[in-house]
Design a binder for this molecule. Structure first.
Ligand code: GLN
Length: 476
């Protein structure tokens, strides 16, 4: 049976009804991984023994007649920048090649308390810097819809694993679009929660004021279920919010009547693929037919978002990555003295993109340039936030493309970092504003590449975008 094709909520029903066992399910996924992995390359590490042990535990629980949690026994995979106790966490970097965390990230503690079956750790751009997973120090992950194309990034392994049915759901991280953009390229659902909704404890830091963990799933129902499992206040993360966590599955309501959806004119930028634009516009027509009201809005500072993000994110990254000095963490390359040792370590073990970000970040933070670049970027960030605050006075949700194009070819942008950065135009404003957004599939290009639709919500209002996404999904 092709259990790997099913959603978490379908599998939960089957497990509860004792139609299948968790062990059978886990084995089915490993068979699928054996079949698909040679062509996709989504995984960095497979944790088979551990997975089968957990599955057995769940089966024992079921046979004792105990109730199981919604994700209990469900096979999942975790982005390799989320700390997993006793399991290597490399951030797809050579500098953390042999790093085995002595603790679990809070999200892992939460998932483990439900006995999820972790199949392994998945590939990403090194330290989550990139949008194609080509920056992994280990291997390129292929887009399951077209093996010549990238899966997107930086959570490319997370998205490809779900799209290729090599995991039922995955976790990714989103600093500037890294959950939503690969979800869009791979035709799956990806959610970036409000900043603070999900604890960052144990997420290897890239840009701390932007990073959020979130789910990649096959449908909106699974997305709500995983959000229920991972959200909530955590004393280990001082930026985690004390706002009450609703039951997100209650938002799975098929109704958008009278919902006011804003269409920001600045998001339909030049350089946007016509097929993407058409798909997004037809989605708005569907929303209209379902009773929503579409209004054009303006987010006037959108044009500065890329520049702002590519100053703030590298500045924070340069600071966060100082810890990889050959002493505290990870790899060491020897040298004649301590300075040479640090220089050798960082020169040899960081990839080109990571070095580029460290240099941009340190430049923007240096005494002579701080006011002109970093401080200016912080001010513009406030203006971008204000754009959304103003827009949300009139609309409930903002609808936009997730990315300006569908998945591009492997190697196509590898030598043009600036072109790659421009791909993030529709996603980075959301991180700068700290608000939630979901990417859901909304069609295919003529070449059969998935297109993603982004629904952006008010701070802490994950519920409305889940409802809108669910309603759209049901209309298909
Ligand atoms: N593509 C963006 C970057 O390279 C986003 C990365 C992310 O969200 N982790 O910074």
């Amino acid at each position: 049976m092709k259990l790997y094709e099913k959603t978490a909520h379908e599998l939960h029903e089957m497990l509860t009804a004792k139609e299948i066992s968790a062990s059978e399910l886990a084995k089915n996924l490993f068979e699928r991984i054996d079949e698909k992995e040679p062509e996709i390359g989504a995984y960095l590490e497979i944790t088979k023994n551990q997975a089968l042990e957990t599955a057995k535990l769940v089966d024992e629980k079921i046979s004792r007649g105990e109730e199981i949690a919604p994700l209990e026994g469900i096979p999942c995979a975790i982005k390799d920048n989320i700390c997993t106790k006793g399991v290597k966490t490399t951030c797809a970097s050579k500098i953390l090649e042999n790093f085995v965390p002595p603790y679990d990230a809070t999200v892992m503690q939460k998932l483990n308390s439900q006995n999820v079956v972790m199949l392994g750790k998945v590939n990403m751009d090194e330290f989550a810097m990139g949008g194609s997973t080509e920056n992994s120090a280990y291997h390129v992950t292929k887009n399951p819809h077209n093996l010549e194309r990238v899966p997107g990034g930086s959570s490319g392994g997370s998205a490809a694993a779900v799209a290729a049915s090599e995991a039922i759901f995955t976790l990714g991280s989103d600093t500037g679009g890294s959950i939503r953009q690969p979800a869009s390229y791979c035709g799956v659902v990806g959610f970036k929660p409000t900043y603070g909704r999900v604890s960052r404890y144990g997420l290897v830091a890239f840009a701390s004021s932007l990073d959020q963990i979130g789910p990649l799933t096959k449908d909106v129902t699974d997305c709500a279920t995983v959000l229920n499992a991972i959200c909530g206040l955590d004393e280990m993360d001082s930026t985690s919010t004390s706002a009450a966590v609703p039951d997100f599955t209650k938002s799975l309501v098929n109704d958008v009547k009278n919902l006011k959806i804003g269409l920001p004119k600045e998001y339909f930028v030049s350089g946007m693929d016509k097929e993407v634009e058409d798909a997004v516009i037809s989605a708005t027509k569907i929303f209209e037919k379902l009773g929503a009201q579409i209004v054009e809005i303006s987010l006037p500072h959108t044009e500065f978002a890329i520049a702002t993000y590519y100053l703030i994110a590298p500045a924070e990254a340069a600071t966060n990555l100082e810890r990889y000095d050959g002493v505290s963490y990870g790899a060491r390359v020897d040298g004649a003295d301590v300075v040479e040792m640090m220089t050798n370590t960082r020169t040899e073990k960081f990839g080109a993109e990571v070095k580029r970000r460290i240099m941009i970040g340190n430049y923007a933070l240096s005494a002579g340039y701080y006011d002109a670049y970093y401080l200016k970027a912080l001010k513009v960030r406030t203006l971008i936030q204000k754009d959304f605050t103003d827009a949300f006075k009139n609309v409930d949700v903002v609808l936009a493309p997730t990315a300006p194009t569908a998945a591009f070819k492997i190697g196509e942008m590898a030598n043009d970092p600036l072109k790659m950065y421009l791909q993030d135009v529709c996603t980075v404003p959301v991180n700068l504003a700290g608000i939630p957004a979901i990417s859901i599939p909304c069609g295919f290009t003529k070449e059969n590449l998935p297109i993603g639709l982004q629904l952006i919500g008010k701070p802490l209002d994950e519920e409305t975008i889940l409802r809108a996404a669910f309603t759209y999904e049901q209309s298909k």
